[in-house]
Design a protein around this ligand. Structure first.
Ligand SMILES: Nc1ncnc2c1ncn2[C@@H]1O[C@H](COP(=O)(O)OP(=O)(O)OP(=O)(O)O)[C@@H](O)[C@H]1O
Length: 583
């Protein structure tokens, strides 16, 4: 894709704005010509009032300001429109990416693209039209007028302009290289800030913040050095450009003009004055050229990063989507490995019948979460196939697949809206009564009533006002409302406290409905005694598989686990009373 393709949706509006701004620029230069005309008239005869030139001057001024404002509005509207189009396009794209790609890209990169890079393009679309008009129309129009007045004089001005533009482009090439280091330093500092803030608790716990702060400081120092170096060199190039474009052309024009006037008396004072005044216009056009160059460089880098996201391969979609017959899930020789890492799951063969309860157990890191993530295609199996209702899940339209699955994660995310809206999130027309009913089933209703604005309390950004267990129960309430045929529960490894554990297990038990296909990752064997099948994973492979009674009878591994679990449970501190708000 070409860089300019990104502007296609607003191409007409931008061209329109450039056209209007160019006419405005011609009008601006014509105003100067009118001024020269007024002066010329007065020089010829002070007793005659220069009515026509003054009226023309007024009309041109009004037209100039009107057109300039109109061009400005047009380019700003186009900039907002492009911002909206690109944000929507990128969000849609990110939504189609495999979760692993999003995780691997890192927050710093995505934030930079979605916010900063799009802002750069906004600035480009909004500011470039008037700058382009000034940068190109001014020298062209001015030179044209000068050629009409005196071609010898005009040729000298043209030569000066040409040499200065060539010198400028040389200086700016150097600035381009520095801009790349600036962009890299910005990405680095962004990701360090995000990491520092998101991992604040870990940062404080493990190194009192010094290590992470040190890394942030390092990124900041690198950034400051790049910026300082950039400013220094830009300052030097700006100085050179300004001196070339300000004092030099004017003094040369003055010297050449006066010499020509002495040699040839056809060059009048008013011609020299006209040349000097218009040469100031060319002098001024260096500023828009430089600004244009800078925003062009910035937007080029931004476009490259936006294209990088847009070109990422999306989750494979079926050409002719198929509908599953039922909700039975079958894993056939499934294997999985994360990008650039060892095999996490291998040779997984499981049949999860419709409306059955399957429990996944195993040591930490054995691959339980990864396995559940394959069902809603948060991750795609690297080998083998997974079918739902007899259809390979890759052949099912993604929205259809997702409409059948509810997922309760170990660490649940809440949106920055009210608790009630978090419970009904993504669902239409859910009454307050239904929200309360679901919250009761999820054992979170009593807690919500203790909040200052109860169901209207804001959950806060990422739900940080609530504990992990409370967030999990709010997610469970949403699952009750979703009422989807497949429920996947990833139970946390450690509960925050015994009270929360009791409530959460009660809510989990209600979710294990006879009319649903339930897959539960758990560490509490007592919860799965009634499971239709228990799968023990070990180093990414199925070690044993069967019902609790089967396994107790036939598997020494499971028997040992069961004994150890009961011993550990007996050692736990009994909790007789639940807190009032949470009973
Ligand atoms: N994004 C990732 N990139 C690379 N490796 C990963 C990633 N996520 C998990 N792993 C690795 O995959 C393996 C299985 O992890 P997984 O989270 O599935 O285990 P688990 O059995 O659910 O563990 P736990 O009970 O602690 O939640 C682990 O060795 C882990 O280090």
């Amino acid at each position: 894709m070409n860089h300019t393709d990104i502007f296609l949706p607003v191409k007409n509006k931008v061209s329109h704005s450039i056209f209007l701004a160019s006419i405005a620029q011609v009008l601006k230069l014509s105003i100067w010509l009118m001024l020269i005309w007024v002066l010329h008239q007065l020089m010829l005869d002070t007793s005659v009032f220069p009515g026509l030139p003054i009226v023309s001057l007024l009309v041109l001024s009004i037209l100039f300001y009107t057109l300039r404002t109109y061009a400005h509005d047009k380019s700003h509207y186009a900039a907002f429109e492009l911002e909206k189009i690109l944000r929507t396009r990128l969000i849609k794209k990110i939504n189609q990416l495999p979760i692993e790609t999003v995780r691997n890209m890192g927050n710093g990169n995505l934030v930079k693209t979605l916010i900063d890079d799009i802002k750069e393009l906004h600035a480009f679309v909004a500011d470039a039209p008037p700058l382009k008009a000034e940068a190109f129309v001014t020298p062209i129009f001015t030179l044209l007028v000068l050629f009409i007045f005196n071609w010898v004089f005009a040729s000298i001005v043209f030569a000066i302009t040409l040499v200065t533009f060539l010198l400028l482009s040389f200086i700016m090439k150097k600035a381009k290289l520095l801009k790349e280091s600036y962009n890299n330093a910005t990405i680095q500092i962004n990701s360090k800030i995000i990491e520092y803030i998101q991992g604040m608790s870990a940062v404080r716990t493990f190194d009192a913040g010094e290590g992470a702060f040190g890394q942030y400081q390092k990124a900041l120092e690198n950034y400051s050095q790049v910026v300082f170096h950039w400013l220094q060199s830009m300052r030097l190039s700006t100085k050179i450009a300004r001196s070339l474009f300000s004092a030099m052309p004017m003094s040369i024009i003055l010297v050449v003009g006066l010499s020509l006037a002495q040699l040839n008396d056809q060059i009048s004072f008013i011609t020299i004055f006209c040349f000097l005044l218009l040469a100031i216009g060319i002098t001024e056009s260096v500023h828009p050229v430089m600004s244009l160059f800078q925003i062009l460089q910035k937007s080029k880098a931004a476009i490259e990063r936006i294209f990088e996201v847009e070109n990422l391969p999306i989750l494979e979609a079926p050409s002719t989507p198929l509908l599953p017959d039922n909700n039975e899930i079958i894993f056939k020789n499934v294997g999985f490995s994360y990008l650039n890492s060892d095999t996490v799951l291998s040779n997984i063969n499981i049949k999860i019948p419709e409306n059955s309860f399957t429990a996944l157990i195993g040591t930490s890191g054995s691959g339980k979460t990864t396995l559940t993530n394959l069902i809603p295609r948060f991750l795609d199996a690297t080998s083998g196939t997974i079918t739902l209702g007899g259809v390979n899940i890759k052949e099912i339209e993604y929205a259809e697949l997702m409409s059948r699955i509810s997922f309760v994660f170990q660490d649940n995310f809440l949106f920055s809206c009210s608790i009630a809206d978090n419970i009904r999130y993504g669902l239409d027309d859910i009454s307050d009564e239904d929200v309360i009913e679901a919250a009761k089933k999820a054992e979170i209703h009593d807690f919500i009533l203790t909040l200052p604005q109860q169901y209207n309390t804001l959950a806060g950004e990422r739900g940080q006002l609530l504990s992990g267990g409370q967030k999990q129960r709010i997610t469970i309430a949403r699952v009750f409302l979703q009422n989807r045929p497949i429920v996947i529960l990833d139970e946390p490894t450690a509960f925050s406290d015994a009270r929360n554990e009791a409530l959460l297990l009660k809510a989990f038990n209600r979710l294990i409905d006879k009319n649903k296909t339930v897959i539960m990752v758990t560490h509490r064997l007592s919860t799965i005694v009634n499971a239709d099948q228990i799968i023990l994973l070990d180093k990414g492979m199925i070690k044993i598989h069967g019902t609790h009674n089967d396994l107790i009878e036939n598997s020494s591994d499971y028997k040992l686990l069961w004994q150890e679990y009961n011993k550990a449970k007996d050692w736990s501190i009994p909790v007789n009373n639940l807190a009032d708000g949470e009973k």
